[in-house]
Design a protein around this ligand. Structure first.
Ligand SMILES: Nc1ncnc2c1ncn2[C@@H]1O[C@H](COP(=O)(O)OP(=O)(O)O)[C@@H](O)[C@H]1O
Ligand SMILES: [Mg+2]
Length: 237
């Protein structure tokens, strides 16, 4: 379970402002972003996470990545994880793409030498041309994603976590990403990825789960879960 402390900065109405004074409401309330969600990802499995906006997908990935400790419950992760969760997270905006490759690699636990050996391949796959030597604050979101995806996959982790960010890539790069995800899959790696793309989930995933309002609504074959997701998005929230 993951509970967030939500701070409401301003009362929504005058009446609420008065009630607040009388009740000594601190303006802080707890919000459960995930409730009783339990699932296992097998070694070598590609899991798709689906659900409407705000259903808890990113929160689930952040818990797996160790960004958050769950408020209650536990998570067990076996293997080295490369998370691609928030665009630009882990990047130093004043440094160049090339410098960020080094920093990211070190943060993920690789040695300077190991990263140097992979640098060319990372740059080549990202396809940023001369922009690799520009400060990343000049990058578009698509360029950020290219570099992040290239680093995360070239360093060859056992577990790859990918949030919706792939969707900011152009069609050509998305195809390259899909091919690489497939390659990971065939090499027995474990992947959890969030996607709204029915095509991507059915083509790449062995299994899918569906989250809704922080609860696990379905867990099974992509086809079944996709059908359930479809009927969910065609009904009012
Ligand atoms: N840092 C945070 N503080 C407070 N609430 C948050 C925070 N991050 C996410 N939430 C809330 O938790 C819920 C789930 O968010 P999230 O996991 O980002 O959903 P999804 O990725 O499925 O769109 C949402 O209602 C969101 O507003
Ligand atoms: Mg999200």
């Amino acid at each position: 379970m993951q509970r967030y402390r939500v701070i409401r900065e301003r009362p929504d109405s005058l009446r609420e402002a008065f009630t607040k004074i009388f009740r000594r409401d601190s303006g802080v309330r707890d919000f459960e972003a995930l409730r009783g969600v339990s699932f296992t990802v097998q070694d070598g499995e590609v899991l798709g996470l689906m659900g409407r906006n705000g259903s808890g997908k990113s929160t689930a990935l952040k818990i797996i990545a160790g960004v958050f400790e769950p408020t209650s419950g536990r998570v067990e992760v076996l293997g080295k994880v490369a998370p691609m969760i928030e665009l630009g997270a882990g990047f130093h905006h004043d440094l160049t793409g090339r410098e960020n490759i080094m920093i990211n690699g070190l943060m993920l636990g690789f040695s300077r030498k190991e990263i140097m050996a992979k640098e060319d391949a990372i740059i080549d796959f990202a396809g940023l041309g001369e922009f690799i030597d520009s400060p990343v604050k000049q990058y578009s979101s698509g360029m950020f994603m290219r570099l992040a995806f290239s680093i995360a996959t070239e360093i060859d982790p056992e577990i790859l976590l990918i949030d919706e960010i792939l969707s900011v890539g152009d069609a050509e790069f998305q195809e390259k990403c899909n091919a690489r995800i497939n390659d990971f899959r065939h090499r027995g790696k474990t992947i959890a990825f969030v996607s709204h793309s029915t095509a991507a989930v059915s083509a790449l995933c062995d299994r899918a789960i569906l989250l809704d309002h922080g609860k696990l609504l379905a867990d099974g074959l992509p086809k079944q879960v996709l059908d359930q997701y479809d009927s969910l998005v065609h009904q009012p929230a």
